[in-house]
Design a protein around this ligand. Structure first.
Ligand SMILES: *Cc1c(COP(=O)(O)O)cnc(C)c1O
Length: 482
C-alpha cells in the first residue's frame, strides 16, 4: 500500500496518475456538448449505491473508468456557455495549476511551521485585496472557505465589538436589505442573537437598500432600547447583482457607531475591472468586507476572504494552544494565520489566486468580468424587446431575472407553474441550465452570466428553448382540461 503514498520514491507514479486524471478531464471537457446530461436522481443513485466501497479497484485507471460512469459523464459543467444557473464561474487554468500544486504539497495555512512561504503568500494577497478595496494601513484579513464563512466571521467580530455579555445578545440588531444573502440570518442564529435580530430593510426599484428606510429602522432600534450591531450592505446581490448605496450606508453607520460589513461575495470582481471599479465607491468605509474569488475572479471553489479595516479586531477569534500557537510565537514575531481564522487546518487556497495574478494579471481577470457584465447588458436589451418575456431590472453586474409570460394566460398561479416547468424541463433536457427565484412572491427565472464564452446568440437560443417548454406545458394542460 505504500506505493500509494506520495513521496520521493513515488514521484513518477504520482506524475503518471495525476496526468491520467487530467487527461480524463481534458477529454471530457473537450467532448462536452451540453452543460448537463439531464440524468435524474433515480437513474444515477442506483449506480452509486451499487459500488462496494470495501472492494477497491486497485489502480487509478480503473477508478477513473468507474468515475467516468458515476460522475464525469453526468456532472454539471460550468465551463459550458449554456450553463447560466448559479454563481459558478468557469475557472482559469493558472488557478487549476495552483490547485494541483497546493493539494500535492498540502501545506496547512494555520501556522508558519506547516506552511512557511504559504503564510507570506496569503498575507501578500490579503494586502493586495485590501489595497484594492482601500481599507487603509491597519487592514488585514484571512482566506476562508466561502462567502458564508466570511459573513459569519465578520458578524462575529461585529458582535464582539458591540457586546459580548450573553444576557445582552438578544438586544443586538443587524440591518440588511431584503435582497441580501441568507447567510446573514444563519450567522445571526449561530452567533446566539435573538429571533428578531435581523432587520430586513426594503429595497428600491433597482433592488438596492433604501437608505431612508435604513435610517428610520436604525432610529427605531435605538428608540426601542436595542443596539444596532451591524449593517450588512450587499455589493452584488445574488439575484439581481444590485449594489447597495455604500456611501450613504457608511454615513449612517458612522452616525450610529455601527459596524459596516460589505458582502461583496459576487461584486468583488469589480476590484479588478478597469472600467467598472467606481460601482464599488464607498466600500473603502467598510469595517469588514467579504470577497468570493470563486465567484467573480474565476477561481475554483474554495477561494474566499474576509477583510477588515482594523486588523486588531481579528483578535476576537484568537485562542492560544500550547500544541499549536503558544503566546510566545507572537512574541517571537513568527507569523501565523490561525490566530485570525475560524478554521485550524486550512487549505492554501490563496495559491490559486497567486498563480492567476502571476500568470495573467489582475487586468486579465477584470476584462473577463467586464465581458460578462457587458453581455448581461445585451441580454437585458434582448429580453426587454421580447414580448414573450418580462425582465425585472437592468443589470449592474451579470444576472438577469425574468419570466415567460404566455400571450393568452393571465392567472398568476398558471404563469408561476409555466416558468417552474420550463426550468425543470430545460434542466432535464441538459441543453442549458438556468436558475429560478421569486420576486414579489411570483416565480421567476434567472441567468447568472459568468462565462465570457457565452454569447448573445446563446441567450437568444436559451430563451427560445424556455419558450418552447413553456408552450408545450400550456398545450398539455389545455389537453388535460378538455
Ligand atoms: C454566494 C454568496 C454568498 C455565500 O458565499 P458562498 O461562497 O456560497 O458561501 C454570500 N453573499 C452573497 C451576496 C453571495 O452571492
Amino acid at each position: 500500500m505504500r506505493a500509494h503514498l506520495l513521496n520521493n520514491t513515488t514521484a513518477e507514479h504520482y506524475r503518471r496518475s495525476v496526468t491520467a486524471g487530467v487527461e480524463r478531464v481534458a477529454a471530457t471537457l473537450a467532448a462536452t456538448e451540453r452543460p448537463f446530461s439531464g440524468i435524474g436522481v433515480d437513474e444515477l443513485s442506483p449506480a452509486i449505491d451499487a459500488i462496494d466501497l470495501d472492494r477497491p479497484l486497485g489502480d487509478t485507471a480503473a477508478a477513473l473508468d468507474e468515475l467516468g460512469e458515476v460522475y464525469l459523464r453526468d456532472a454539471v459543467y460550468f465551463h459550458h456557455p449554456r450553463y447560466l444557473g448559479h454563481l459558478n464561474c468557469p475557472v482559469v487554468i493558472p488557478a487549476v495549476v495552483g490547485e494541483a500544486v497546493l493539494s500535492a504539497v498540502n501545506s496547512s495555512l494555520d501556522t508558519w511551521d506547516q506552511s512557511a512561504g504559504g503564510t507570506l503568500i496569503e498575507r501578500r494577497l490579503i494586502d493586495w485585496t485590501t489595497d484594492r478595496v482601500g481599507l487603509g494601513p491597519a487592514a488585514d484579513g484571512v482566506f476562508t472557505s466561502g462567502g458564508t464563512q466570511s459573513n459569519l466571521h465578520a458578524l462575529l467580530l461585529a458582535r464582539e465589538e458591540a457586546e459580548s455579555r450573553p444576557e445582552q445578545l438578544t438586544r443586538l440588531r443587524i440591518f440588511t436589505s431584503e435582497c441580501s444573502h441568507f447567510s446573514v440570518q444563519k450567522s445571526a442564529k449561530l452567533l446566539g442573537l435573538g429571533p428578531d435580530a435581523v432587520v430586513s430593510v426594503p429595497v428600491d426599484r433597482e433592488k438596492r437598500m433604501q437608505t431612508v428606510a435604513l435610517a428610520a429602522a436604525l432610529e427605531r432600534c435605538v428608540a426601542e432600547g436595542a443596539v444596532p450591531m451591524a449593517v450588512v450592505a450587499t455589493a452584488g446581490t445574488t439575484d439581481f447583482g444590485s449594489i447597495d448605496p455604500l456611501p450613504e450606508i457608511a454615513a449612517l453607520c458612522e452616525q450610529y457607531a455601527t459596524w459596516m460589513h460589505v458582502d461583496a461575495a459576487y461584486g468583488c470582481g469589480l476590484l479588478a475591472s478597469r472600467t467598472r471599479r467606481a460601482l464599488l465607491d464607498g466600500i473603502e468605509h467598510a469595517d469588514s468586507v467579504t470577497v468570493d474569488y470563486h465567484k467573480s475572479f474565476f477561481q475554483p471553489v474554495s477561494s474566499s476572504a474576509l477583510l477588515v479595516r482594523d486588523g486588531a479586531t481579528l483578535r476576537h477569534a484568537t485562542y492560544h494552544a500550547e500544541y499549536l500557537n503558544p503566546q510566545r510565537m507572537a512574541e517571537e514575531r513568527i507569523p501565523n494565520q490561525v490566530d485570525k481564522s475560524l478554521q485550524t487546518t486550512r487549505r492554501f487556497d490563496a495559491l490559486k489566486l497567486w498563480m492567476t495574478l502571476r500568470t495573467m494579471g489582475s487586468d486579465g481577470i477584470g476584462e473577463l468580468f467586464d465581458e460578462v457584465c457587458d453581455l448581461a447588458g445585451d441580454g437585458w436589451r434582448l429580453l426587454a424587446a421580447d414580448p414573450r418575456y418580462d425582465v425585472v431590472v437592468r443589470p449592474r453586474l451579470s444576472t438577469l431575472v425574468f419570466r415567460y409570460v404566455p400571450a393568452r394566460v393571465t392567472a398568476p398561479a398558471t404563469i408561476d407553474r409555466v416558468n417552474l416547468y420550463a426550468r425543470k424541463a430545460l434542466f432535464a433536457s441538459g441543453e442549458a441550465v438556468v436558475a429560478g427565484t421569486k420576486v414579489g412572491g411570483r416565480q421567476y427565472l434567472k441567468f447568472t452570466l459568468l462565462n465570457p464564452e457565452t454569447t448573445a446568440q446563446d441567450i437568444r437560443a436559451v430563451l427560445d428553448l424556455i419558450a418552447g417548454h413553456a408552450e408545450q406545458y400550456l398545450g398539455e394542460s389545455l389537453d388535460r382540461a378538455s
